[in-house]
Design a protein around this ligand. Structure first.
Ligand code: FES
Length: 123
């Protein structure tokens, strides 16, 4: 993979090791959560829930590929959007997003967009 104007691509983990089970991987001191979302699409977020900062890697994946935070049950789709928050008014939740790190699979690896120094880039 090649670099471009908005960062570079850094290998994170072998594709075969990315499963439905959310896992925590630390890259350049930044904790990430990695899992396979709907239709097997890999997804990478900063490992911090936008609700109260619990690690999303402690959560689980739903049948439909959403990531559920273990603390209060907020659910996120692969683009980071919160789509469900049990017991909370939607007005409080609408527009809340997990911090997404762009990822791609190539050559048997999952790559993430980073700074040239290897720090994951959000967005
Ligand atoms: S900290 Fe994640 S749902 Fe509350």
């Amino acid at each position: 993979m090649t670099a471009d104007a908005s960062g570079t691509w850094t290998p994170l983990v072998a594709s075969a090791e990315v499963t439905k089970q959310p896992q925590r991987i630390v890259l350049a001191g930044v904790a990430l959560v990695v899992w396979r979302a709907a239709r097997g699409r890999p997804a990478v977020f900063i490992d911090r829930c936008p609700h109260k900062d619990f690690p999303l890697s402690s959560g689980r994946r739903t049948f439909f590929g959403r990531l559920v935070c273990d603390a209060h049950g907020w659910e996120f789709v692969a683009d980071g959007t919160c789509v469900r928050a049990p017991g909370r008014p939607w007005s409080e939740v609408a527009g809340r997003h997990a911090s997404v790190v762009e990822c791609r699979e190539a050559g048997g690896q999952l790559w993430v967009r980073t700074t040239p120094e290897g720090t994951p880039l959000v967005g």
